[in-house]
Structures are given as C-alpha cells and as structure tokens.
Design a protein around this ligand. Structure first.
Ligand code: GLU
Length: 468
C-alpha cells in the first residue's frame, strides 16, 4: 500500500485529533493546504538554449503570518511533497511557538550538476514569479534554505526582491538563511543540527524515559549514527561529538562508513573532498549503499537527509532504541508503527528539527528591527562586567587570575544570544510536548507533539474560547 507524503503527514495529524475537543470544522481547516502556486518558466541555459523549469510554493496555513518554510532544489520535487513539507512547517512552528504559518517551495533542478550561473537565473526567475503572485514578502511568506539550497540562493532571492518587490524598508526580512554579510544571523547555519542534538539531550535527561530503552541519561558515551551528512547531519554530528558522544556511523549520497571506535567526522569529510569518496578510511567499514548504515547497531539513529528513509521494508532491521528525526518525514507511518511495537522511541521531526526555523525567526526579527542583537548591549555589558571585577578585586584585596577575569568580563555577542535563545526555546517546547505524553498517556511523542500543535493553532481560530 503506498500513500503520498501529504497523506502521511495527515495520518499523524489524524492520530492526534482523536485526543482533542477542537471542533471538526476547525480541525479540517488546520489540516487543509490553503494555497499552492504551481509555475512553469523559461530559463536560458549556459549554451544559449532555453529550458522550461517547474516550480512550486505551497502555503499550508495562514493562521499566523507570514508563512515560513524553505525552498528545495531537487529533480524529484513535486506538488505533493511541498504540500507535505509545508504542513510539517505549520505544525513545527506551532510546537516551538514561532509566529508563522507553514509553507514550502520546490524547484525541479539538480543543484549538483547545474552551473552557478544557471542556478542564479533559475532562482531570480522563481523569485520574480513569487513576487508577481504575492507568494513572498516579509509579512506574507518568507522562504529559507532547504535541501539543495543555501546562503547563496537566499542572497539571490533577497536581491531580486529588493529590486522588484514592494517593500523598500523591510526587504531584507523577505528571506532567512542569508549569509552574515547579507544580514543573516550568526548561528543559523548550524541551527537545525544543533537543535536536533538539544532535543536529544532533553529527551536523555529524563531517567524514567530512557530507562525502558536500556540507556542511561546524558549524551556522553552514546553511540550515534547520522544518516545523511549534509548541512543538517554534519552539524548534528559535530554537536553530538562536542557533547562527548561517539559517532559510529555516517552516510553521504554515495556511500557510508561504520566504525565501532568512533569516526572523526571532519576528517571523514576532508577525505571525501580530497578523494571523491568515503572509501579508504583506516579502521572503518565502507558500504557503497548509503542506506545500509540505517541497519547498523547504535544507541541513537539520527536520520538527517530526505523523507521516507525508513519504511516498512527496512524498519524491522533497524538496531537502535532511539531515533531523532533531524530530517523532515524520514519515517513512513507503517514504519512508525513497526518501530513503536518494537519499543523504539522516536523524537519527532516537528519538534526535533525545529531549530532551523527558530533561528530563522531570530534572523527575521533582526532584519525587521534593523539592528543586530548585540549592538545596544555589548559595550554596556562589558563595562558592567568590568565594574563587577573591580569590586571583587577591591573586596578580596587581589585581582582575579587572568583566565577567570577574561571569562567574567566577556560580554555576550550575537551568536551567544542566538544559541541561548535556541536552547531556551527547545527546552520550553520539550516540556510542552512531553507533559501531555506523560499526563494523558498518549502513545508516543509524535502524537503528543501534533496534539499540542493542533490545540495551539486552533487557538488562533478560537474567537469565542480557548482549546483545550
Ligand atoms: N527548511 C527548514 C525546515 O524544514 C527551515 C525553514 C525556515 O527556516 O524557514 O525547517
């Protein structure tokens, strides 16, 4: 039985709606995808010929504005996929309480084989289409990077919008995930991967939740596999290693590596850049099929690439007790139920990979306020810290050792604010997701996250009351 990706998201939605009193009509409105713009446009190739490019932008929910979500560049992008991903954005934004509806875009191009100049023409033309139909704008719909796009594409989008869009004051806030030089925000690049590890850390902090899995609390010493060492997976792996986890397995599009003793992820990637492959790393087992890595033994599996990596076909062969969904929709509903029956706990995508949009929210705020987060506070805080050091010196009669003085006098910069605000958001949201799971004995964290999300979205429609 095969269902579409959008059906899969709705399947999870329907599993949660059974637990709420939100009226049916409102549930139907939340679940529906409000608007999809499907476009075809001509783009000149580098040899002078013209090709027709297919693109989409889905705005799933307008309960809060702007809508928000990335743009994906891949040959298999489809309308159904962007609708599903837009729906996930709606639920995700509600889980972490960022004030956006959900959206997602996609363009059918292969960013790995196309030239930068062709990709620039595609991106600028796609942006023009969005402007023409009012599918982009700081208060309307704000794209961001997704699979196959990054800071470069976001810069082209911002520049096209500046040239053609209606907003002369707030144009920079029309897209997030921009480079720092283009007024992006420090910490956005690693936000999704780091957020997934923060989510993992929070899950692992509750003894009563980890004990049934046969695991101890804390990330340190845990054996982790990251499937898909792209933008998200790389930063998840690095954040896990920083917390003393052992990354025993990784995969990229053309192969995988497994080493019980742990991999040095950065040198693995360096090796791949230099040799073009993961083959030949001493002590590590190489697999030509990247999906093999999903079935290797580990304590924690972090799928960080595309949707539908774990299906009814391979779910029963997984050798892990805990999965953190850093990718969007990596587990099909059939696989989800197989894993649940096998006692595997899943930290769901709409919470686990929300770090990206949380930091996008900070970037949007920064662009709308036209000032960096540290500008008004940094100098003042430095002075205040130095005053404190002077008082300590006066009271104790001797200066602090220079290393301690340096730690105390340091004032926070933008990335400190972004990181701590991300940590705070992930922690507050985790409490809100975990609490109904425990109190109402819901079957799993995913159902709980959807339920909390649905009830929070419903409150935007609750003109005469509050849910639940
Ligand atoms: N594409 C990312 C996601 O799936 C980020 C979206 C955003 O920052 O708006 O969450």
């Amino acid at each position: 039985m095969s269902s579409s990706f959008f059906d899969d998201v709705n399947h999870y939605f329907d599993a949660a709606r059974r637990y709420t009193d939100v009226p049916q009509g409102i549930l139907e409105q939340i679940r529906a995808c409000n608007a999809v713009y499907r476009m075809r446009f001509p783009v000149r190739q580098d040899d002078g010929s013209v090709v027709v490019v297919r693109g989409y932008r889905a705005e799933h929910s307008h309960h809060r504005l702007p809508t928000k979500g990335g743009i994906r560049y891949a040959l298999d992008v489809s309308q159904n996929e962007v609708m599903a991903l837009a729906a996930l954005m709606t639920y995700k934004c509600a889980v972490v309480d960022v004030p956006f509806g959900g959206a997602k875009g996609g363009v059918c191009v292969d960013p790995r084989t196309e030239s930068p100049s062709f990709l620039e023409r595609v991106t600028r033309r796609y942006t023009s289409e969005l402007i023409r139909k009012r599918f982009i704008g700081p208060d309307v719909d704000v794209p961001a990077p997704d699979v196959g796009t990054g800071e470069r594409e976001m810069g082209w989008i911002a520049d096209t919008y500046k040239a053609q869009g209606p907003d002369t004051l707030n144009w920079l806030a029309c897209v997030t995930g921009k480079a720092l030089a283009m007024h992006g925000v420090g910490g956005r690049r690693e936000a999704t991967g780091l957020g997934a590890v923060l989510a993992l850390d929070l899950f692992l902090s509750e003894r009563e939740d980890v004990k049934p899995l046969g695991l101890g609390t804390g990330i340190a010493g845990k054996r982790i596999i990251v499937s898909g060492l792209g933008k998200v997976g790389l930063h998840a792996a690095l954040a896990a290693i920083e917390r003393d986890a052992i990354v025993v397995g990784v995969s990229v599009s053309d192969g995988a590596l497994y080493d019980e003793g742990g991999l040095d992820v950065e040198s693995v990637l360096r090796h791949r850049t230099e040799t073009g492959s993961l083959r030949g790393i001493a002590g590590a087992q190489f697999f030509a099929d990247p999906d093999t890595i999903l079935e290797r033994p580990c304590d924690i599996l972090i799928p960080a690439a595309l949707e539908h990596q774990i299906t009814s076909e391979n779910a029963s062969r997984l050798k892990t007790k805990l999965i953190v969904e850093a990718a969007n929709g990596p587990i099909t509903p059939e696989a989800d139920s197989i894993l649940r029956n096998a006692g595997v706990t899943i930290v769901p995508d709409i919470y686990a990979n929300a770090g990206g949009v949380v930091v996008s929210y900070f970037e949007w705020i920064k662009n709308l306020s036209h000032i960096s987060f540290e500008r008004m506070t940094r100098r003042y805080q430095q002075i205040a810290n130095n005053r404190l050091l002077d008082v300590i010196t006066r009271l104790t009669g001797k200066p602090l050792p220079p290393e301690d003085a340096a730690v105390l006098s340091r004032a926070p910069n933008e990335i400190d604010f972004v990181r701590t605000a991300l940590e705070n958001t992930m922690a507050i949201s985790y409490e809100k997701v975990r609490e109904p799971w425990k109190r109402r004995s819901l079957p799993d964290l995913r159902t709980s996250a959807y339920l909390m999300s649905i009830e929070s979205i419903a409150n935007s429609y609750a003109l005469d009351g509050i849910f639940p």
